[in-house]
Design a protein. Structure first.
Length: 594
C-alpha cells in the first residue's frame, strides 16, 4: 500500500513544467586603473562560454551558447572615450546559430586578457597596455583554471535536446552536467534501489536493466522537492557507486566494481585482437604532398610495434603495412592532405597623380624712366610698343619703350601675364603569382645616364657617363585561411625620375614604399597605402609701403606669381586564388554538413 502511494506521488510530480531559457541579464564595462573589465551577468551558472583572440583584427571574441538576450542588453556601446585598450563593444546573434550570442570587443592594440567565471557571471579582464599582467598572474590563472577543471566553462555537459535518449546520454558522461528533465518531488523511506529506479524509468519513458549486485544494495531513504528527474537518477547512482551505460532508450546499470572488471577484460581482448589481426600492405601514390611530410604525419597512427611505413622517392609513393583498420584511417588522412597547394595571383596597382598650377601677373622689371632737367634736349626717339603672344618661359604680353622724349628718357615697362597648368598620371601594375606561405618577388629597373666632365692636370678635359636607376618591386607572402580569405605580408616600393637640375646633373628621384600585413577576402580589392602632398607658395618683393598701395603699387613690386603643387599616390592590392577548387577550398558547406 505504501509503495503504491509513493508511485502515485512520483507520477503526479513528473507532469511537464515550463523550463526557463538561460538569459544574459546585463553586459557592463568598467575601468579599474590599468585593467578594463567587461562583466557578463547571466541567470544560469551552467552556460557555456568560449573566448578567443583575433590578432589580425585586434579583437577579442566571446561566444555564449544556448542563451537569449533582450535588445537593451545587446546594445552596442562606445568605450573610446576611456584611455584604456578597448574601443567598442558589440553583442549580436552569432552567424549561423540561432541560440548563440557573440560579443566582439574592438581593441586599440593587441593586449592580453583573462576570461573566467564568477558564479553565474563571466568577467573579461583586459590589459590597458601590454605588460600589466605579469607572467606570474597569467600562470596563476592557468593553474586555477586547470584545478577547477569540472567547473570551467567548457566542461559542463548539456543534453542536445529534451528527448529522453539525449538526457540518458548526458547521464553516462563524467564531470559536471546540466539537468533539463521534468521536475519531480520524491519522498521515500527504506525503499529498495531496484524499486526506486524502476519507478523513475516507468515515469520518464525509458527501459532499465539492472545486474544482481544492484538488487542486493541496501534500501534508500530519499527526500527531494522540485528536482529534475535526471538529477535524481544521477544522485542515486553516485550515492551507491553505480555506473550507467546507454543503448538507445535502454539504460543498463551495474556496480562500479563490475564495470571496471569488464573494462579491463575489454582492453585485454583488444590487445589480443591487435596482435592476432592480419597485416595488409597498401601503396598510396602522392601527387602534391611531400613524402617526408606525409611520413611524419601518418607514423603516430600506425599500430604500435607492428605497422611500418616506407617511401619510394622514384615513383613518389608511400607503402604502408598495417591492420585493415589502421590502413583505412591512414587512407583518409592522405586523401585530405594530398591536395594542391593554393596558388594566389596578387595584382597591385600603383596610381600616382601630379598636378601643378602657376600664374604670373604684373610688370616684369617694374617701371624704368629717367629725367634730365638741365641738359640739352635731344631729338625724340620713340615711343616703341611691343606685343608678344609666343610661348616662352617668361611671356611679356605688352611693353612700351621710349628712349628720348624731351627731357624724359629711358622710359620702359613690360607687362607680364602668364598662366601655366600641368597634369601627370603614372600607373604601375605589377602582378605576381605565389604558392601558399611562399614569398614571391617581382621587380623592374629603369636606367638613365648623365655626363660628367673632368679637367685633367695637363689642361685637357674628358667626359664620362654615369648611370642612375629607378626600381619598382613587389614582395608578397600569401597565407590562405581555411575560410578562403588571404592573409598577405606585402612590401611595395617604387622609385621614378624627376627633372634634372642642370643638363650635366643626374635627374632627381622620388621614392615611395609601403610594408604591411593585411587580411583580404578572395578576389576583393583593398587600399594598403596612400600619400597626399599639397604645397602652395607665393613670393614677391618691392619697395616698402609703396608696393602695398592699390593699383599703382604694381609699379613698385615684382609680379604676382602664386604656385600650387599637388601629388597623390594610392596603392591597390587584389589577391585571387587561382586553384580554389583543386586546393579543396570550396567544400566548406559539404564539410559542415558532414
Amino acid at each position: 500500500m505504501k509503495k503504491g502511494f509513493f508511485l502515485i506521488l512520483l507520477m503526479f510530480s513528473l507532469l511537464p513544467r515550463a523550463v526557463t531559457a538561460s538569459k544574459i541579464e546585463e553586459i557592463s564595462f568598467q575601468q579599474k586603473g590599468e585593467v578594463s573589465q567587461i562583466v557578463i551577468t547571466t541567470d544560469d551558472d551552467a552556460i557555456k562560454a568560449k573566448k578567443f583572440h583575433v590578432t589580425e583584427d585586434k579583437q577579442i571574441i566571446v561566444d555564449l551558447k544556448n542563451v537569449e538576450a533582450t535588445a537593451r542588453v545587446m546594445r552596442a556601446f562606445d568605450t573610446s572615450e576611456f584611455s584604456g585598450s578597448t574601443v567598442f563593444i558589440r553583442a549580436y546573434k552569432k552567424p549561423g546559430s540561432k541560440n548563440d550570442i557573440r560579443i566582439a570587443v574592438q581593441l586599440r592594440d593587441n593586449v592580453r586578457s583573462i576570461f573566467k567565471r564568477v558564479g553565474s557571471s563571466f568577467v573579461l579582464s583586459i590589459e590597458n597596455r601590454f605588460g600589466v599582467f605579469s607572467e606570474q598572474t597569467i600562470q596563476q590563472f592557468l593553474d586555477d583554471e586547470k584545478s577547477t577543471d569540472n567547473q570551467s566553462t567548457g566542461k559542463v555537459h548539456v543534453p542536445r535536446s529534451k528527448a529522453v535518449e539525449d538526457i540518458l546520454e548526458n547521464l553516462t558522461l563524467s564531470g559536471k552536467k546540466k539537468y533539463i528533465g521534468r521536475r519531480i518531488s520524491v519522498n521515500v523511506k527504506n525503499m529498495k534501489i531496484e524499486d526506486l529506479l524502476m519507478i523513475i524509468a516507468d515515469s520518464s519513458g525509458f527501459n532499465i536493466i539492472m545486474t544482481k549486485e544492484v538488487k542486493t544494495l541496501p534500501p534508500l531513504t530519499l527526500s527531494m522537492v522540485n528536482v529534475p528527474w535526471d538529477q535524481v537518477l544521477d544522485t542515486i547512482l553516485k550515492i551507491n557507486k553505480l555506473v550507467a551505460k546507454k543503448n538507445g532508450i535502454i539504460l543498463m546499470i551495474q556496480s562500479l566494481r563490475q564495470s571496471t572488471e569488464e573494462k579491463k577484460q575489454e582492453i585485454a581482448a583488444n590487445k589480443l585482437n591487435a596482435v592476432e589481426e592480419p597485416m595488409v600492405t597498401k601503396v598510396f601514390p602522392l601527387s602534391f604532398a611531400k613524402l617526408s611530410d606525409i611520413k611524419k604525419i601518418v607514423t603516430p597512427y600506425l599500430t604500435k610495434n607492428k605497422g611500418t611505413v616506407a617511401l619510394d622517392k622514384r615513383t613518389k609513393q608511400v607503402i604502408v603495412k598495417d591492420t585493415v583498420e589502421s590502413i583505412e584511417r591512414i587512407r583518409k588522412i592522405i586523401e585530405v592532405l594530398d591536395v594542391q597547394t593554393p596558388q594566389v595571383l596578387i595584382e597591385a596597382k600603383i596610381v600616382e597623380v601630379t598636378e601643378s598650377y602657376a600664374k604670373e601677373i604684373g610688370l616684369g622689371q617694374g617701371l624704368n624712366l629717367g629725367f634730365d632737367p638741365v641738359g640739352e634736349i635731344g631729338a625724340d626717339e620713340g615711343p616703341g610698343i611691343a606685343f608678344s603672344s609666343a610661348p616662352s618661359a617668361e611671356r611679356d604680353l605688352f611693353g612700351i619703350n621710349i628712349k628720348q622724349m624731351g627731357r624724359l628718357w629711358g622710359l620702359g615697362f613690360n607687362l607680364k601675364l602668364m598662366e601655366s597648368e600641368s597634369k601627370g598620371k603614372i600607373i604601375a601594375n605589377p602582378k605576381v603569382i605565389a604558392q601558399n606561405n611562399v614569398a614571391a618577388t617581382i621587380s623592374t629597373q629603369d636606367t638613365t645616364s648623365f655626363s660628367v666632365t673632368k679637367r685633367e692636370a695637363d689642361g685637357s678635359t674628358s667626359t664620362t657617363f654615369e648611370q642612375v636607376s629607378a626600381d619598382l618591386s613587389l614582395n608578397v607572402t600569401p597565407q590562405v585561411t581555411n575560410e578562403g580569405s588571404i592573409f598577405l605580408k606585402v612590401a611595395v616600393s617604387k622609385t621614378h625620375f624627376g627633372t634634372r637640375p642642370t643638363q650635366e646633373a643626374p635627374p632627381n628621384t622620388a621614392s615611395r614604399s609601403v610594408k604591411t600585413e593585411v587580411l583580404v577576402d578572395n578576389g576583393s580589392t583593398v587600399v594598403i597605402g596612400g600619400i597626399y602632398a599639397y604645397s602652395k607658395s607665393e613670393q614677391h618683393s618691392g619697395v616698402p609701403y609703396l608696393k602695398d598701395i592699390p593699383l599703382i603699387g604694381w609699379l613698385f613690386r615684382t609680379a604676382y606669381a602664386p604656385k600650387t603643387d599637388k601629388n597623390e599616390m594610392i596603392i591597390f592590392l587584389t589577391p585571387r586564388i587561382v586553384n580554389q577548387e583543386e586546393a579543396g577550398l570550396i567544400s566548406e558547406e559539404f564539410q559542415d554538413e558532414a
